[in-house]
Design a protein around this ligand. Structure first.
Ligand code: NAD
Ligand code: UD1
Length: 333
């Protein structure tokens, strides 16, 4: 198969490219490099010993996107390209609505013009808002609290509507929980610009001495130790979920299918800090501070639908996640 990966040089995209190449798929990557670096191409090629075609193209530029489809026989698209910083989306809503919504509308319009009918879409557990209970199932109520989350929820709707109108079109919507970790080689991983917002990259910066201490946002939640609980999933397990989604689309039914990709286990901030310290033999300095506005107490998946229908489940442990995250940090600092 020839697969187009949008946003393929980003954090989750690059790990998915590795898995696709290792499976022997033919790959085309499109990225505007707004949150990634060109040398990720060499890194992916170094890990896999395989090559792929790259287009530096912005999804907002329809003519350039069309050229990618004109020049290649594409069988399916995995669509990662998008902006993902929750705080920035509150400050710059138009940037987020334009990039994520318009970019995706351009992509699916051009896909349909070229009779490319298979799409895997990156959604997020953020679409569950503040869930009334855990574990979270796919059919629980949806809501969002910020423009980033709203783009995901709106796009889920758009894609389902396209499937209703076009019986050839198949979409798998994957709702990721909290991806962390890195490829075991330490060659690719997560490298956010500036001061990280998310927990694992922040811990890595404290461990490497670039930041002095971790702020733990609240120890008065209704959780076992009072700190927030999340479903952390190794990015390589998550990447493999996309290969399972592509296989799912080979079945003879059309429409939109939605799956949680998580481990089904919730770990607290303190669990993460302690596991990181023990596995990597490094002390993490931390301070307990006020809750972060918008945060919820607990979020973890019921991943049983993905197991039943995609034959996918997360295999890696929290120890693997903290070890691989740290290996990447050491190799890249
Ligand atoms: P990332 O920022 O590392 O990767 C996204 C890639 O898309 C980047 O390489 C960026 O340069 C590219 N891009 C952005 N806008 C583009 C455009 N208009 N045209 C072409 N390329 C564009 O992010 P990631 O963590 O790899 O996330 C991938 C997807 O998964 C995103 O859609 C994100 O919203 C979603 N997601 C991520 C998380 C997470 O925690 N990382 C959780 C849930 C969902
Ligand atoms: C965040 C996003 C969410 C996105 C997800 C995965 C927000 C409000 N939500 O979720 O939309 O889908 O990332 O990318 O940003 N924590 C600390 N100190 C820190 C950082 C985090 O204590 O410096 C805590 C948080 O309070 C939370 C946990 O660690 O309990 C995980 O935080 P984070 O990694 O930011 O992910 P989410 O908040 O789950």
């Amino acid at each position: 198969m020839t697969i187009l990966v949008t946003g393929g040089l980003g954090y989750i995209g690059s790990h998915t490219c590795v898995e696709l190449l290792e499976k022997g798929e033919n790959l085309i990557v499109l990225d505007n490099l707004s949150n990634s670096k060109l040398d990720t191409i060499e890194k992916i090629e170094k890990i896999t010993n395989k090559t792929f075609k790259f287009y530096k193209v912005d999804l907002l530029n329809k003519e350039e996107v069309k050229r990618v489809f004109d020049e290649n026989e594409i069988d399916a698209v995995i669509h990662f390209a998008g902006l993902k910083a929750v705080g920035e989306s509150v400050q710059k809503p138009l940037l987020y609505y334009n990039n994520n919504i318009t970019g995706t509308l351009n992509l699916v319009e051009i896909m349909q013009e070229h009779q490319v009918n298979k799409l895997v879409f990156s959604s997020s557990a953020t679409v569950y808002g503040n869930p009334d209970r855990v574990p979270i199932k796919e059919d629980m109520p949806l809501s969002t609290t910020n423009p980033y989350g709203s783009t995901k929820l709106m796009l889920e709707q758009v894609l389902q509507d396209i499937c209703l109108a076009n019986s050839q079109f198949k979409v798998v919507i994957l709702r990721y929980f909290n991806p962390i970790g890195a490829h075991k080689s330490g060659i690719i991983g997560e490298n956010p610009n500036g001061i990280p917002n998310n927990l694992m990259p922040y811990i890595c910066k404290v461990a490497s001495g670039k930041l002095n201490f971790l702020n733990i946002y609240g120890n008065d939640y209704e959780t076992e130790d009072g700190t927030g609980v999340r479903d952390y999933i190794h990015v390589v397990d998550l990447a493999k979920g996309h290969l399972s989604a592509l296989e799912r689309m080979e079945k003879n039914d059309s429409g939109a299918f939605i799956y949680n990709l998580g481990t089904g286990k919730g770990y607290s901030v303190m669990d993460i800090v302690k596991t990181f310290e023990n596995e990597n033999n490094i002390k993490i300095n931390y301070k307990m501070v006020e809750r972060r506005p918008g945060d919820i107490a607990k979020s973890f998946a019921d991943p049983s639908k993905a197991l039943m229908e995609l034959n996918w489940k997360a295999e890696k442990t929290l120890k693997d996640m903290v070890r691989d995250a740290w290996k990447y940090e050491i190799n890249n600092s």
